[in-house]
Design a protein around this ligand. Sequence first.
Ligand code: PXP
Length: 239
Amino acid sequence: MAGLAVNVDHVATLREARKAAYPDPVAAAAIVEMAGADGVVVHLREDRRHIKDRDLKILKETVKSKLILEMAPTPEMIGTALEIKPDLVTFVPEKRTEVTTEGGMNLSLNQESIADAIETLKCAHIPVSIFIDPDPEQIRMAHKISAALVEIHTGGFCDAETPQQQKRAFLNIVNAAKLAKKLGLGVNAGHGLCYHTIKAFTGIHDIDEYSIGHSIISRAVMVGLDRAVRDMAALVRAL
Ligand code: PXP
């Protein structure tokens, strides 16, 4: 049975839209855990556009399942990971101007520095996963530099524009997961998965855990809106 790790970044995005104190991703993390999530994921970005250092510090104290920190493998972030000690670090590439993570890490570049970062975190007993495109070469490189896990990028499949593209992208993911498993890596997958695309993964047993954020937080807004309006309407009518 596969697991589900829920990314709560977009709760923080909503908070930051108003620079308010709510909604708090820490409170959201408690709710996702109570609802059965196997892990809570946050991406601490260099520009702190959504998740803040404060969130991460409190989440380390409150998350009971598994705290997964997505981050770029920069010296600043390595320092933060060593201080916080999340249950898992996922290395992701990061561009300041991107709206969301645009692709997997390219391990052909900076292989040595990424290997050093993995070693540093490993010495502190923090396992490292690498967010990676479903490319056999990249999977082999992740194994070579001693990553404990890979997270296979599912965005190409979710965003495919034609059924043919989608079929090819899906096969790439399945084959990448199979190879990673064969090499002894833990296998996660994520990015862009929604309530429709997740169904394609029925019967795929090489993927241990799915990391999903945007579609879940989006649905929460929709399924929660009716109740939220009723609560406010009751207050207004009682004035
Ligand atoms: N995995 C990684 C590495 C990501 O960067 C993201 C987006 O923050 C996700 C999974 C979740 O993607 P989504 O929000 O589209 O479900």
